[in-house]
Design a protein around this ligand. Structure first.
Ligand code: FES
Length: 632
């Protein structure tokens, strides 16, 4: 079949593709990840590239300004290759490759304690060093019976099992060091399985992975199962982003494209395997020593990870294939670690309250306290859990990915170069910024967007409804392609060389996101007739990076107006909960109890939620009595 060469600059990488392939697909084949918020439907306008040479067919240029089109700029998803082509990829059309911040220097007055496992350190998987008796003509039991007889003392009353892959290596492993072996035993869900038998009592470690599969990012912790020490951690973009920013777009992709489910499954596996490869290389460990994995993710991500179709999660009455997922082998799911390792996926509560929230609830310690706490996880969705040891009620509101940078012109995750703090002088309207790792700014992350909204309002640049006051005397306030916009950083100061701006549509998106989160909190409290004063602690989870300004979050009406001491910022509670379960079989058991007992409140048809949502589209809210400190 005829092939065309598509060469991408400045990376100087090429793909050979059949005519009719989109530039977006060609870029992916060449190993370049372009932003593609709408999953290639031509509506988000984020996959912009410049055709320098060659033959292409442009089906649609979306909202690209005419000037740009004349210069050869196109939407990569709407442009089809017809001959050899040379393409330039602008910096801000790429999914940034910088490492995602995986942990936070908590800066709130008091942070949730990293729950000490103490006596509960009882990993799902442990190693035993054994010396077996050599067989004789009289003591002639099979190798497996000999091993099982010795192990039975370790796991009294439990049925022992072994996988075929481990059994195939058993005879050799037992004899290589004269019946001295190190056995890895996995114990969960009432089972005890021999996962690995290795010759001798050497220094081979038993390692585990705690994984958070977020819609936007994936984070992996590498953990020593014997000591519980987190050896290293890494995070990056979920490669599924090439098929759309949010879970709905990805569910549509899985449903409408023939290879949709396989593409999404492979993309997340590729993401995890790349992170694992980097962790393994950086720590000089053998992937074969990774013997247990616990994964937490929202219900759609868990489905896609396991190759389950998410089709019916999207359609009323929103039914997932499963809420509790069977344990699978690493080889079954495609993880590049010890093929016999068990991979456990956190149970979900409902289609839109997933295992990540169950993990977060455990990490926040909500189910261990008599006092009532509130967990708010601000990600692509806003999910919240109210409760204590006795009861928990949860809901999810589609806040949209604004606080993760989605749908915001210069939005990004908390990574090197992300603007995380913004201040505007109300007199001069001059801006001061700080960025993650003090790098030159490339975009603005969730905490920066919260600051930005608060400071724009405080300086009188936007009104309570988020409209720009266009009569102010500053060059920073100007009219752009989508209406009024404010320049946060001039092109000469930024990494991408372009002015970093916030536009009126960005502000509206942020108002919708914060309005949905606050409406979710109010609806939850009303549903159980509980007063905010009765909540002893509010745990904030999410990928905000190093910093979250509680005062500004209250000022914009994102968080309830309670004393700052009540708040605790707990970072990525999903991966931390997965780590707890990996290291404590008790915690893993509790996860199922919590998932089963948590009451789910469906908000999609809830009138209270809709009323609250519309009231929350103002800064901070239509009802100022809810924000006494702001009113003051
Ligand atoms: Fe091309 Fe959205 S416009 S991916």
């Amino acid at each position: 079949m005829e092939r065309c060469s598509v060469l991408f600059f400045p990376d100087n990488v090429a793909a050979q593709v059949p005519p009719g392939t989109t530039l977006l697909r060609a870029a992916a084949l060449a190993g370049l990840e372009l932003k593609s918020g709408c999953g290639g439907k031509g509506t988000c306008g984020r996959c912009i590239v410049q055709v320098k040479q060659g033959r292409v067919r442009v089906a649609d240029t979306g909202n690209l300004p005419k000037r740009k089109v004349r210069e050869g700029y196109v939407l990569a998803c709407c442009t089809y290759v017809e001959g050899n082509t040379v393409v330039e990829v602008p910096g801000d059309s790429r999914l940034i490759e910088h490492q995602v911040l995986v942990d936070s220097k908590e800066v709130l007055p008091e942070t949730a304690p990293d729950v000490q496992l103490g006596d509960r350190l009882g990993p799902l998987c442990r190693q035993l060093q054994l010396q077996l008796d050599e067989p004789t003509l009289v003591e002639n039991a099979s190798d497996l019976s000999r091993l099982e007889a010795r192990l039975r003392k370790e796991v009294p009353g439990k049925e022992l099992s072994i996988s075929l892959g481990t059994l195939q290596k058993l005879a050799q492993a037992l004899r290589e060091e004269n019946w001295k072996v190190t056995v890895t035993l996995a114990e969960f869900d009432g089972r005890a399985e021999i996962v690995a038998v290795r010759p001798g009592h050497g220094q081979r470690q038993a390692l585990g992975l705690a994984v958070d599969i977020g819609t936007t990012t994936v984070v992996v912790y590498l953990i020593d199962l014997a000591t519980g020490v987190t050896m290293d951690m890494r995070g990056t973009y979920n490669k599924q982003s090439r098929y759309g920013d949010d879970v709905i777009t990805r569910m549509v992709y899985a449903t409408e494209e023939e290879s949709g489910l396989a593409d999404l499954h492979e993309a997340v596996l590729e993401t995890i395997n790349e992170l694992v490869a980097k962790l393994v290389a950086r720590n000089g460990v053998d992937p074969a020593d990774i013997l247990q994995v616990v994964v937490a993710g929202n219900t759609t991500m868990s489905h896609l990870f396991l190759g389950l179709h998410p089709r019916y999660i999207r359609l009323e009455p929103y039914i997932p294939t499963a809420s509790q997922f069977p344990p699978v082998r690493a080889r079954e799911v495609g993880l590049a670690i010890n093929p016999e390792a068990w991979v456990l996926t956190f149970p979900a509560v409902a289609s839109y309250v997933g295992g990540d929230i169950v993990a977060g609830t455990l990490y926040a310690g909500l189910t261990e306290s008599d006092e009532v706490g509130l967990l708010i996880d601000i990600g692509t969705n806003g999910e919240m859990v109210l409760g204590n040891r006795e009861w928990q009620v949860a809901c999810s509101c589609s806040a949209g990915p604004a606080f993760e940078g989605g749908g915001i012109t210069f939005g990004m995750r908390a990574m090197k170069g992300a603007i995380e703090r913004v201040e505007v002088d109300p007199d001069t309207l001059e801006v001061s910024l700080s960025t993650v790792q003090n790098a030159r700014p490339i975009g603005i992350c969730g905490s920066g967007l919260i600051d930005c909204l608060a400071t724009l309002r405080n300086a009188g640049i936007i009104d309570r409804a988020g409209k720009f006051q266009t009569d102010l005397n500053t060059p920073r306030l100007r009219h752009g392609e989508t209406g009024p916009e404010f320049v946060l950083a001039w092109g000469r100061e930024t990494e991408c060389g372009r002015d970093i701006i916030i536009t009126e549509p960005d502000v509206k998106n942020l108002l919708r996101a914060k309005g949905a989160v606050f409406a979710g909190i109010r609806t939850l409290l009303k549903a159980v007739d509980f007063d905010l004063d009765g909540v002893s602690r509010i745990y904030i989870a999410g990928g905000f990076g190093n910093y979250l300004n509680v005062r500004d979050s209250i000022n914009i009406g994102l968080l309830p107006d309670v004393p700052a001491e009540k708040y605790a910022f707990i970072g990525n509670s999903s991966v931390k909960g997965a780590r707890m379960a990996l290291l404590s079989a008790d915690t893993w058991r509790t996860a199922f109890e919590v998932a089963r007992s948590m009451t789910y409140l469906e908000l999609s048809a809830d009138n209270v939620f809709m009323e609250e949502f519309f009231s929350g589209l103002f800064l901070p809210h239509t009802d100022l009595s809810l924000f006494p400190s702001v009113r003051k």
